[in-house]
Design a protein around this ligand. Structure first.
Ligand code: XMP
Length: 520
């Protein structure tokens, strides 16, 4: 049976380490951490047949955590064959408990759950915990391993976990109850490196650029001889996705750039220049500003705005693809963080990001999403390698619904113009201050209130602009950026002097959580 084998995985996996997904939100994070150590890694489902894994020739396996107890009736089972493949295996949290059960140790609900930062007592520094000081680690468990299987050395424990780390070096079996993949386990990367380079004997030669070959193979397999269209948004994600697909299928790709009129200043021109003129990708530029504005007239509810924009986007694509004659595939630059935020099995839905959750149910095209397993910084490396202009590679993330979700209340042509001009000033000053790349996002927001001011001896009654700037690694959490006062002063006075209709500038100092990055 070869149901899971796809050509991209088959070409990339030899020499890498595969992460078996037992349903943890962290499975992709583990794979990312391994890739950061320059070893290929991808997530595979826990029901993949062992002979298929063997055919992929990985150097090792990591069994991810999972939300269930090993005793739960619907607990995802570990195929014991995985432990007989002759390659090292590292079980993390639930993965370790499943390993312990399969090898004859004991897992129990002791009542001593541990969540968050936990003191770790290292008992043996011979194996994976070599050279590591006794440290804190990050725990999240109810059940505990109370007896390691025969032959294992218990190398660490905590107050609530008698077996917090265990290893059997001769057979290459390792387990940790804590999470080495999260930043709150300070020595986590060292532990993963010890597994990759000492236990598995991997060579650190992989870079995100390898994604190009993998995805080109995967895209060719998915689309065959069919025609493909790509939703270009102006941002780095859809641009990189488009260039990957262009490399895979050449002129069978047509990019459709819907200018919904909700973009930042100059953005539409830059897309036209990069794709049409530089890469010679067939490009249809749909100028639909008036249509979107009319659809948004009178709408103030954030989710309704998103749904309308998502719907109109897709309808426009469908119309345009009709003119191309029988297009079956639509490329989107969906990233891993978009998938999580739009509510996967284990994450609550926060907002319906229009490139995922806002798609209409009756959509008639199949999606091609070559970046779905990547994080933003990995996408940028791939984009640079593909020759995308630096200005686009380093463009800060910009939401699909664009300025519509940064205008609180109704979106009108007048309010769009105000926000666009204010945002332009902010971007220019942030770049001048050399801070653009350091910030995850920096942008202006236009609230739905007016306040009184005085300009040139005259009373004004006009909009405020709110400055929002955040630092983040992956948009899942974010901190408000401590922008220098002199920068804020320049931005404030320039916005008020240069943007008619604004008489006040405020600064948003909310982190995520409790705020979200965008205001809607
Ligand atoms: P929030 O506001 O949820 O945003 O903290 C997290 C990240 O996602 C971006 N974002 C979107 N991206 N379609 C997108 O493609 C959307 O509907 C959308 N909403 C938010 C946001 O800019 C931030 O980077």
């Amino acid at each position: 049976m070869t149901q899971h084998l796809d050509p991209a995985l088959a070409s990339a996996a030899p020499g890498g380490v595969l992460v078996v997904d037992f349903g943890a939100q962290y499975a992709q994070l583990i794979a990312r951490r391994i890739r950061e150590c320059r070893v290929f890694s991808a997530v595979i489902p826990h029901d993949m047949p062992a002979d298929e894994i063997k055919a992929l020739e990985p150097m090792g396996l990591v069994l991810s955590g999972g939300p269930s107890s090993v005793y739960a009736p619907d607990a995802p089972g570990l195929d014991a064959e995985y432990l007989r493949l002759g390659i090292p295996v590292l079980g993390i949290c639930y993965g370790m408990q499943a390993m312990v059960q399969a090898l004859g140790g004991e897992v129990a609900r002791t009542g001593a759950s541990e969540f968050g930062k936990t003191e770790l007592n290292v008992l043996s520094r011979a194996g994976l915990l070599r050279d590591l000081p006794a440290e804190t680690c990050w725990m999240s468990h109810n059940d505990s391993v109370v007896r390691a299987p025969d032959g294992f050395v218990v190398s660490a424990q905590t107050a609530g976990a008698p077996v917090a780390a265990m290893e059997h070096r001769e057979t290459g079996m390792y387990g940790v109850q804590f999470h080495p993949e999260v930043v709150h386990t300070p020595f986590g990367t060292d532990l993963l490196k010890a597994f990759l380079f000492d236990a598995c004997d991997c060579t650190p030669t992989w870079t995100p650029v390898h994604v190009i070959e993998d995805q080109v193979a995967r895209i060719r397999a998915q689309v065959g001889d069919e025609k493909v269209i790509c939703a270009l948004s102006g941002g780095v994600d859809s641009a990189v996705a488009a260039l990957l697909v262009h490399r895979a299928v050449g002129d069978r790709l047509t990019c459709i750039f819907v200018d919904h009129g909700l973009l930042r200043q100059g953005e539409a021109d830059q897309v036209e220049e990069a794709f049409g003129e530089h890469f010679h990708v067939p490009l249809i530029h749909v100028k639909a500003q008036d249509h979107f504005l009319s659809q948004l007239a009178g709408v103030t509810d954030p989710e309704t705005k998103r749904k309308i924009i998502g719907r109109e986007f897709i309808r426009t694509f469908e119309r345009e693809s009709g003119t191309l004659g029988g297009v079956r595939f639509l490329v989107q630059g969906t990233l891993y963080s978009d998938v999580i935020e739009s509510g996967s099995k284990h994450a609550d839905k926060i907002k319906s990001h229009h490139n995922v959750g806002g798609l209409p149910d009756d959509m008639t095209v199949e999606l091609v999403e070559p970046l779905r397993q990547l994080f933003k910084d990995e996408v940028r490396v791939v984009g640079a390698e593909l020759g995308l202009p630096e200005r686009m590679v380093w463009r800060q993330p910009f939401p699909g619904p664009g300025l519509a979700i940064r205008i609180i209340g109704e979106v009108t042509a007048e309010r769009l113009e105000i926000l666009r001009r204010a945002d332009f000033v902010l971007q220019e000053e942030v770049r001048r201050a050399g801070l653009y790349r350091e910030l995850w996002q920096s942008f202006a927001v236009l609230p739905a209130v007016k306040s009184v001011g005085v300009q040139g001896d005259e009373r004004t009654y006009a909009y405020p602009i709110v400055i929002r700037a955040v630092t983040s690694d992956d948009a899942m959490t974010a901190d408000w950026a401590r922008l220098p006062y002199d920068l804020l002063e320049r931005v404030s006075s320039r916005i008020i002097n240069e943007v008619p209709g604004v008489n006040r500038v405020a600064l948003d100092i909310t982190s995520k959580p409790p705020g979200t990055i965008e205001w809607e």
